[in-house]
Design a protein around this ligand. Structure first.
Ligand code: BGC
Length: 263
């Protein structure tokens, strides 16, 4: 099954073995076109699929494809554009990519939902019941809530209003850089406040932290983990979580009702 992860700087595709959650061969990456308009993205998606499809272990040429995107994706349609080109709003992501792929079936999903689903299925959440909250800290803050294996899509917890601010403008990894905060200050003030707030709202059983900074937990975890009661672990799928989650979303292993928001 093919999954494509659309990010602000790169578009990455891979062929995923859904039994294991592993890529069957190297992923393929092309820089995100700038400006990242729907048409430009669709053309790059085509190039990625053509390349993957030319490989030895390529999936069936007409099998479905999963695509993730860093915004609200509801029934295939993009509803927000916090960190993407504003022309995406109201674009039907599934139709757009499908048209570029000779009408192949396409399933669209929010990027953090894809990464979270992958992590809950194959990574740190594997075989764990209860409510898992996956929080990705990067350019923005992405979130995925998975309850007993079922995703509640588009939770957008990066845009919670905390102390009068859009949360991701204070607590994302980019906010740390923009505001030139030390790791200690960032973690002990901003991450603590953010995670305490999410914890108070949802009382999850497990927090999984994803995004680039989860590679170096020693830089921030010591400054706030004792203040959070919920166990916190780092994501393990890293760079491929979006590809794997998008493929999982498209792969027929989830009930159609869940993809269509009916379960
Ligand atoms: C967007 C989310 C996205 C997150 C991480 C936020 O700004 O609103 O949809 O999941 O960034 O990319």
């Amino acid at each position: 099954m093919i999954g494509i992860d659309i990010g602000g700087t790169g578009m990455k595709g891979g062929i995923v073995d859904l039994r294991t959650g592993n890529l069957v061969s190297e992923r393929f990456r092309i820089p995100t076109p700038q400006p990242a308009t729907p048409q430009a993205i669709a053309q790059v998606a085509r190039q990625i699929v053509d390349e993957l499809q030319s490989r030895d272990l390529a999936p069936e040429p007409h099998s479905a494809i999963g695509v993730d995107f860093p915004a609200v994706v509801k029934n295939g349609v993009v509803f927000s554009a916090a960190n993407v080109d504003p022309t995406w709003i109201n674009t039907n992501l599934e139709q757009l990519i499908s048209d570029a792929l000779d009408s192949r079936a396409v399933y669209g999903i929010n990027d953090a939902d894809a990464a979270g689903l992958a992590e809950a299925t194959y990574g740190q959440g594997r075989d764990k019941m209860g409510l898992i909250a996956v929080i990705t800290l990067g350019t923005g803050i992405g979130s995925a809530l998975i309850n007993n294996g079922v995703l509640v899509p588009n939770t957008e917890l990066g845009h919670l209003e905390i102390d009068g601010h859009d949360a991701e403008s204070r607590a994302s990894a980019r906010a740390r850089e923009v505001h030139e905060l030390s790791w200690k200050k960032y973690a002990s003030k901003r991450l603590r406040r953010y995670f305490q707030h999410v914890e108070a709202l949802f009382s999850p059983d497990l927090f999984i932290i994803g995004g680039g900074i989860s590679k170096n937990p020693e830089k921030f975890m010591p400054y706030f983990e004792d203040e959070i009661r919920t166990p916190m672990v780092m994501a393990t799928l890293r760079n491929n979580a979006g590809i794997v989650g998008a493929a999982l979303w498209a792969g027929g292993m989830l009930p159609e009702r869940q993809r269509r928001g009916e379960a």
